[in-house]
Design a protein around this ligand. Structure first.
Ligand code: PLP
Length: 423
């Protein structure tokens, strides 16, 4: 029944019952965690062959490179060719570097702040305060980079088809707006994939800043969980077509394909931007870990191999997403107290509770031994103006723990809602 339609007397009775239930839950001494967007051990095991690769006698890449030695800043051509197809970047414009795409995003922003980017004539902050658009809810680590570097953040609402493009087009008319964060496919946390029209508008829009950048964090490019691959338009190709060839920085990694933390990260962009990044990186490193790249090339020799591998991840993840949806529906469906996403890919479920209730839900869950991502984490500066969004990460717990955690969560949502309606 819709909680918001209940009389105060009914709500008071319900509050008494829910408080008793919460007390019993606390008595169970649970220790559960829904915060970690990490692969479960069962998923990591899908890539355990990596630990034996490339093998004692195998250290030569397709072009004859001895992977044990220095050099090759762009990364191994065969691995770049495989991921070029998946990340929609021409192989010669894709580089494979390091183990973390987040690190490459940080590098790009630091270089923008210290030196400026192609098409600009000064480091970003020298031209006054700089701002970046942040579709919300979004990825907290993107926001943390901006906060650290003193870049202002302007929230833009996310819709089912990507950021609100009318708002984006309005805001980029201000020349201090230098960029936008985008997680274009199975976005973190709403799981929305940008529509073809959104991608076209991002590529085509006129921006007041000549050195505007789209930080295209395609972290979940191949991470479908429901057997349907949601198509994503080719932002790099479209930006060239619309006369903005240097607008887009594409990022990706194998973190949630092979071993999170021991994978390979990718950067793709225009030839001028690739030269820009490599020029800076060349001062920092003599080359990437090519042995790790070779082992990845052996495990995942081509794009079909990556898709087959991802289908095995999906077989582990899909039942977890279904369980979360079923439990949310069972207790909260029809109550008017919550709405949530039903992801077809990625790693997260985005839960919206009644305005003003998210922090209280997180607090009640913590009291009962269930750790949730802090309320507000999906917004710049950790501040959700409506205090309603909570990011759920179902991948890491085993199914029994997941069930306990989500059942506890749904109780906390109902309790916080009734408290709020009576206040
Ligand atoms: N980008 C997004 C949107 C993510 O959700 C994550 C991890 O959760 C990352 C980047 C981190 O990627 P990497 O491990 O390549 O640094």
């Amino acid at each position: 029944m819709d909680l918001t339609a209940r009389t105060p007397a009914e709500l008071s009775d319900r509050l008494t019952a829910l408080r008793a239930e919460h007390q019993r839950l606390k008595g169970r001494g649970l220790r559960l965690d829904l915060t970690r967007g990490k692969p479960a051990a069962e998923q990591l095991a899908l890539s355990s062959a990596l630990l034996g690769l490339p093998g004692l006698d195998d250290h030569t890449a397709a072009d004859g490179t001895d992977c044990r030695n220095y050099g090759g800043l762009r990364g191994l051509p065969e691995l770049r060719a495989t991921f070029a197809a998946l990340l929609q970047v021409p192989a010669e414009q894709l580089v494979a570097l390091g183990n973390s795409s987040l690190e490459l995003m940080y590098e790009c922003l630091v270089d923008a702040v210290l030196f400026g980017v192609v098409g600009g004539d000064a480091p970003w902050p020298r031209e006054g305060r700089t701002a970046v658009l942040c579709p919300v809810p979004g990825y907290d680590r993107h926001f943390a980079i901006c906060e650290k570097l003193g870049i202002d953040m302007i929230p833009v609402p996310m819709t089912h088809t990507g950021p609100d493009m009318d708002e984006v087009e309005r805001l980029v008319a201000d020349e201090r707006v230098k960029g936008i964060w985008c997680v274009p496919k199975y976005s973190n946390p709403t799981a929305a994939t940008y529509s073809a029209e959104t991608v076209r508008r991002l590529a085509a829009m006129e921006t007041a800043a000549p050195d505007f950048r789209i930080f295209w964090d395609n972290a979940y490019a191949v991470h479908q969980v429901a057997g349907v691959d949601e198509p994503l338009a080719d932002i790099l190709g479209l930006s060239v077509e619309h006369g903005h060839p240097d607008r887009v920085f594409v990022f990706g990694s194998t973190s949630k394909i092979t071993a999170a933390g021991s994978g390979v990260a990718f950067f793709g962009s225009s030839p001028a931007n690739v030269a820009w990044l490599l020029g800076h990186l060349a001062k920092r490193t003599i080359g990437p870990d090519k042995v790790n790249q070779l082992r990845h090339a052996r495990l995942l020799p081509d794009a079909p191999a990556v898709h087959a591998h991802m289908a095995r991840h999906a077989a582990v993840l899909q039942p977890k997403f279904e369980l979360v949806d079923a439990l949310l529906e069972k207790r909260l469906g029809g109550t008017g107290a919550a709405s949530w996403t039903r992801p077809r890919g990625g790693y997260f479920v985005s839960l919206d509770v009644l305005d003003g209730c998210a922090a209280r839900v997180v607090e009640l869950a913590a009291d009962a031994g269930v750790a949730l991502t802090p309320a507000g984490a999906t917004f710049p500066y950790g501040k959700d103006p409506r205090d309603r969004n909570i990011r759920l990460a179902p991948s890491y717990p085993d199914p029994d723990e997941l069930r306990d955690a989500v059942e506890a969560l749904t109780l906390c949502v109902e309790l916080a809602s009734v408290e709020h309606l009576l206040a």
